[in-house]
Ligand binder design. Structure first.
Ligand code: 5GP
Ligand code: ZN
Length: 110
């Protein structure tokens, strides 16, 4: 996929400190955080939207990665949100999972 900023990040063409990484995904801090913890988890392969995700492995990796970052940042009990774009309404057309916290219960994040 050309002209995809997240593909460039995966390939290392845009330097980024990964806070989590495995065979299927990488994760890094959002450039415009809306909470103390705002991490994006993205598949290494370009997938344009959630409904087009073919790989169950990506979901397993995201689950593990989110678990790790939640524990590292002591978000358990404080509340956090996981936001996933789909259907083409996103700014960047490379599937990404936002982990945002602490949010408290039922607190709007933006
Ligand atoms: P969305 O597509 O989910 O509506 O918005 C894209 C998200 O990616 C935004 O939260 C934005 O701040 C973040 N973002 C866009 N470009 C970059 C970038 O180059 N680096 C990082 N770390 N985050 C980015
Ligand atoms: Zn991409």
């Amino acid at each position: 996929m050309t002209d995809c900023i997240f593909c460039e990040i995966v390939k290392g063409e845009i330097p980024k400190d990964f806070v989590y990484k495995d065979a299927n995904i990488v994760a890094f801090d959002d450039i415009h955080p809306v909470a103390k913890v705002h991490v994006l988890f993205i598949p290494k392969v370009h997938v344009d939207a959630f409904e087009n995700l073919q790989e169950d492995d990506v979901l397993m990796s995201v689950r593990r990665g989110i678990q790790k970052i939640v524990e590292q940042n002591e978000l358990v009990g404080k509340g956090y949100k996981i936001l996933v774009n789909g259907g083409g309404g996103q700014v960047i057309n490379h599937l990404h999972f936002h982990l945002i916290g602490p949010t408290g219960l039922h607190t709007p994040v933006k």
